[in-house]
Design a protein around this ligand. Structure first.
Ligand code: CDP
Ligand code: MG
Length: 725
């Protein structure tokens, strides 16, 4: 419109002059581009039909190839079709934080509204919604938490479970829960209709009906819940059967041919092979962006640095390659960078975790590099041990990845392994619920009133052994009573905290033993990826820098030192400065101290969120000052399931699992090798490394009771653990 008016007022034959004098408003042209893009999506032609399908079916399964417009368009279609009447909201769950954030931003822009108003998102530690939010993107874990406060999920008219094929543990639990919520809401709705009919016919109600009416229906004036399960994989049968033969519809996508290339031999170092392939494509192939699948933040950041270094070795004219990372912990404003087109003449290389497999679609990709690995959770229910391991992808994942190269035109995919290896891959990935510790999920289900965990209607049941092991762990942490009910207050408090049960326990204990301030920092710092970074070429410098923070008790208090040092620095140096200046100065400080500034910033955000949580719960926030022992005891009493004893040859034996493990070289205790330690995580590469370690003393508990000793030694733990194990 604005442009049309200009055209009228400045009517001239010379269009070039006109546009030079009155350049097209960039915001207007972007709006127009977005509108055109929306219209061109495969899903656009079936808007009306989809609305009808949702109206006619309480549960609907939608299958559509990645990039067809499911995530960004369907909620808008439903909003336009009137599914948000009566102030109700459409909720869309995503397995990943990054997807929830980037998609919400995109959709807010498409709708021309401010983010957090009609369109918003909510993820753990970050809520960008308001009273007027009608389209709400969130993580599946977050919706589970909402159900704790509102068991009928009454603010939602429609819930869309997106990326259901990923089968994360939260998605699986959510599906079971939503099935129940849907039934309960339909029952309420029908009861209400029946009673209202009776009232109309008889004029009055019997005492019984009146009772039901008051008890069941009042204050719950919600319509039945519409449930939509969206998936990128073509196999909808499993979901349909689980929902009693629910209707499934398919949205046709657009896919151009993709040439697949394999290596002749297995690559000994896939990071190096990735780097070589990136540069080869950049130097030899036609224009088009590159998408690389890596396993995590650390790997992505190291490839990002290496790409920059290698570019410096090229002639000036050939350096036009921009690296753009995307992973969960990346601050949200930076996540959007991958979607922006590269400047003219430049090629973009996007370094992504498997988030870019189906959750987010990045435009402009013509080349995919797939080293063939993914970081996955793995759980051994016998040993009660969960670890993150790097494993080969499944065939389904490899196909999804290569498909990303053929969205806008013919593309190429470089698999960095021999073709014979592809044939050996599993067809599809095992649902996460079958390979993770269930303590967190069980705690939440219990808080939701689901006591019979073994009888819960899971789409695929986790093994009995892993349920029992997780129940045991919760019992040991003091969250469950002898009857396996949530304990009061500890179990209920633990369920309220959006944290791993061990962390939740640590915070509650710390509040009783005057060290919550230190524990809060610890938990925040442990909730983000690696705080320290040590580039290969500056290893010694990085080690020296780390020593300034290092605490002889271990890594946890070392992390506390880093956090406090950053605070002190900020307090001294940034009085009266703008937020941007503030951040710039902090980034410089981080660089000088070999600290990962992204991780530290994320930890600061997490800290302020959990602080809000514990304050709300009325936990006492105090510092132990110089009494480190108090802190270490609390750590031992909550991390006792991850305790290890030194072996004669210098390795460690994890007490709960019996596994032989080694201290990771990045730990401040790597050389000191104390007798007895607790650790945070087990990372399996060629070795079984434990990371984030604190020295403890087994005399803190009764002797020879292995697992029990420091637990029962902690004054607040009353259970006899040995009998249980
Ligand atoms: O969910 P599905 O994979 O079917 O597609 P989508 O995520 O809704 O994406 C539809 C289109 O929007 C794709 O062409 C994306 O490239 C585009 N999109 C974008 O340009 N920027 C975003 N932040 C998200 C999506
Ligand atoms: Mg999607």
């Amino acid at each position: 419109m604005a442009q049309g008016q200009r055209g009228l007022r400045n009517s001239t034959d010379n269009h070039h002059k006109l546009s030079a004098k009155f350049p097209v408003d960039p915001a207007f042209s972007r709006k127009q581009k977005i509108a055109e893009h929306r219209k061109s999506l495969p899903i656009a032609s079936v808007e009306k039909r989809l609305g009808d399908e949702v109206r006619n079916n309480d549960t609907l399964i939608i299958v559509g190839e990645t990039g067809s417009g499911k995530t960004t368009q369907l909620p808008q279609f439903l909003f336009n079709a009137g599914f948000c009447g009566d102030g109700k909201t459409i909720g869309i769950t995503q397995p990943r934080r990054v997807a929830a954030v980037t998609v919400a931003k995109r959709v807010a822009e498409e709708c021309g509204v401010e983010l957090g108003q009609r369109v918003g998102y909510s993820i753990r530690f970050e809520d960008v919604t308001s009273f007027s939010t009608r389209i709400k993107y969130m993580t599946d874990g977050l919706l589970l938490r909402e159900a704790l406060l509102d068991p009928y999920l009454s603010r939602y008219s429609v819930i869309i479970v997106d990326e259901a094929h990923e089968r994360t543990v939260h998605t699986d639990v959510l599906l079971g829960l939503l099935k129940n919520v849907q039934k309960a809401r339909s029952k309420c709705f029908n009861d209400r209709l029946n009673i209202e009919k009776k009232k109309e016919n008889n004029g009055t109600l019997s005492d019984k009906d009146n009772g039901i009416f008051l008890k069941q229906c009042q204050g719950r004036k919600f319509p039945p819940l519409k449930l939509i399960i969206m998936s990128a994989s073509l196999d909808a049968r499993g979901f349909s059967e689980y929902f009693g033969g629910a209707r499934a519809v398919h949205i046709q996508g657009r896919q151009f041919p993709v040439d697949i290339f394999y290596t002749h031999h297995a690559e000994p170092d896939y990071v190096d092979a990735t780097l070589i392939t990136i540069l080869q494509i950049h130097l030899e192939e036609r224009p088009g962006d590159i998408l690389v699948f890596l396993t995590g933040q650390e790997e992505i950041e190291s490839v990002e640095r290496l790409v920059k270094e290698r570019l410096q070795q090229l002639p000036e004219g050939r350096r036009k390659l921009l690296a753009a990372p995307i992973f969960s912990a990346l601050p949200s404003e930076k996540q959007m960078r991958v979607f922006a087109p590269a400047p003219a003449g430049f090629r973009k290389v996007i370094l992504a975790t498997n988030i870019a497999e189906t959750s987010v679609t990045i435009p402009g990709i013509r080349y995919v590099i797939d080293p063939g690995f993914v970081k996955a959770r793995s759980y051994d229910p016998v040993k009660g041990m969960e670890s993150l391991i790097i494993v080969p992808t499944s065939k389904a994942q490899a196909l999804q990845r290569s498909g990303r190269a053929g969205r806008e035109g013919p593309g190429k995919c470089f698999r960095l392994y021999p073709e014979s290896e592809f044939e050996k891959l599993e067809d599809s990935t095992k649902p996460e619920i079958k390979r993770c510790n269930l303590a967190n999920v069980i705690l939440q289900l219990k808080a939701l009133g689901v006591d019979d965990i073994l009888g819960f209607d899971f789409m695929e049941k986790p093994s009995r052994a892993s349920i029992v092991k997780s129940l045991e762990q919760l019992f040991l942490l003091g969250a469950l009573t002898d009857e396996c009910k949530l304990s009061d207050p500890v179990g209920h408090q633990m369920a309220q905290l959006p944290l791993d049960p061990i962390y939740a326990r640590a915070l509650i204990l710390a509040s009783q033993f005057n060290c919550l301030e230190e524990m809060l920092i610890t938990v925040a710092m442990l909730s983000v990826e690696s705080i320290f970074y040590a580039p290969r070429e500056k290893l010694e410098e990085a080690r020296t820098a780390m020593k300034c923070f290092s605490c002889p008790e271990g890594d946890h208090l070392t992390l506390v030192n880093v956090y406090r040092a950053s605070n002190e620095f900020l307090e001294k140096r940034t009085v009266g400065l703008s937020k941007e200046k503030n951040e710039k100065i902090l980034r410089k400080w981080c660089k000088e101290n070999f600290i990962n500034s992204r991780s530290l910033r994320h930890a600061r955000d997490v800290h302020s969120q959990i602080r809000g949580n514990v304050e709300q719960m009325g936990l006492r926030l105090a510092s132990c000052g110089d009494d480190m022992l108090q802190f270490c005891r609390c750590l031992a009493a909550s991390f006792f399931l991850n305790a290890a004893l030194k072996q004669p040859e210098g390795t460690y034996r994890a007490l709960a699992s019996g596994q032989v493990v080694q201290i990771h070289p990045s730990s401040v205790l790597f050389r000191a090798k104390p007798e007895c330690i607790v650790f945070n995580e087990l990372v399996q590469t060629n070795h079984k490394y434990i990371r984030n370690i604190t020295k403890i003393d087994y005399l803190w508990g009764k002797e020879n009771r292995e697992l029990a000793f420091w637990v029962s030694g902690c004054p607040c733990h009353g259970y006899d653990i040995v009998e249980l194990l």
